[in-house]
Write a protein that binds this ligand. Structure first.
Ligand code: NDP
Length: 253
């Protein structure tokens, strides 16, 4: 029996990347996982199939975040999926992972791009947490994915880093609010982590990115998923409001 047996989890943006790895890891521990995506249904279905092939339980939920009605749509699908499988709408673990990067320098960032980044990366997690408080039982877990960029300078991602700075505030303040219910909430900050970005197919670029880590390699999605799984577990009951550096030592300088 896994450490999360009988638990339910929602991982936003789990059709790819770190979210995918986190969904698979939580399912391996026994959780029933809602695999959330926005555009790539095939990818989300593949994650569900991978989990089921290994004897786990999962279902896909679609909702575009950062647009009006996003949280309502997300929880319609989530609660329906949970109810069908468990008979209740209890959500034990919420992982706010979905996010978008800017990829434009400060001079060229438009107000529209800024608003979009903020809506997906910061506003959506706040309102997802607000809504999830109805579903989270005492002892629940919330993990928000931030970024090492809140601690190192990158002039090409200033607006993005601002959104992640906002995300980190969620853990600090909600931790006080939710402590009496034994609900923990923490931020996990990945460093450069392999995803579908074509840059990861160029050996020279990967070498440069790897050199930023104390371990001289880029992060793998599983590196971050394992940290999230710990924070989601009973063993992490005494950790809340924390910033967890999961950058592979990149922040050491
Ligand atoms: P990916 O870019 O590989 O995947 C993004 C996921 O989020 C996908 O599942 C995608 O769904 C979903 N998503 C994107 N935009 C929206 C939206 N508007 N509404 C709903 N879902 C959306 O992610 P990564 O693994 O690279 O990153 C995961 C998290 O980690 C993000 O918050 C990112 O900012 C953060 N991070 C990433 C780093 C890295 O180097 N990769 C470094 C530091 C932090 P779909 O497949 O349907 O498009």
């Amino acid at each position: 029996m896994g450490s999360l047996s009988g638990k339910t989890a929602l991982v936003t943006g789990s059709s790819r990347g770190m979210g995918r790895a986190t969904a698979i890891r939580l399912a391996k521990e026994g959780a029933l996982v809602a695999v959330h995506y926005t555009s790539n249904k095939d990818a989300a279905d593949e994650v569900v199939a991978t989990i089921e092939k290994d004897g786990g339980r999962a279902f896909a939920v679609r909702a575009e975040l950062g647009v009006p009605g996003d949280v309502h749509e997300l929880f319609l699908g989530l609660e329906q999926g949970l109810k069908e499988r468990t008979g209740t709408t209890t959500l034990d673990i919420l992982v706010n992972n979905a996010g978008v990067m800017g990829g434009v320098n400060a001079e060229d960032t438009t107000p529209e791009q800024f608003d979009r980044l903020y809506a997906v990366n910061a506003k959506a997690p706040f309102f997802i947490i607000q809504r999830a408080l109805k579903n989270l039982p005492d002892g629940g877990r919330i993990v928000n994915i931030s970024s090492g960029l809140t601690h190192v300078a990158n002039p090409e991602e200033i607006a993005y880093a601002m959104t992640k700075g906002a995300v980190e505030q969620l853990a600090r303040h909600f931790a006080k609010l939710l402590g009496p219910r034994n609900i923990t909430i923490n931020s996990v900050a990945p460093g450069i982590t392999r995803n579908g970005n074509p840059a990861f197919n160029i050996p020279e670029v990967v070498e440069q990115m790897a050199a930023l880590s104390a371990f001289n390699r880029v992060g793998e999605p599983q590196d971050v998923a394992d940290v999230v799984a710990f924070l989601a577990s009973a063993d992490a009951r005494w950790v809340t409001g924390a910033f967890i550096d999961a950058t592979g030592g990149t922040l050491l300088g």
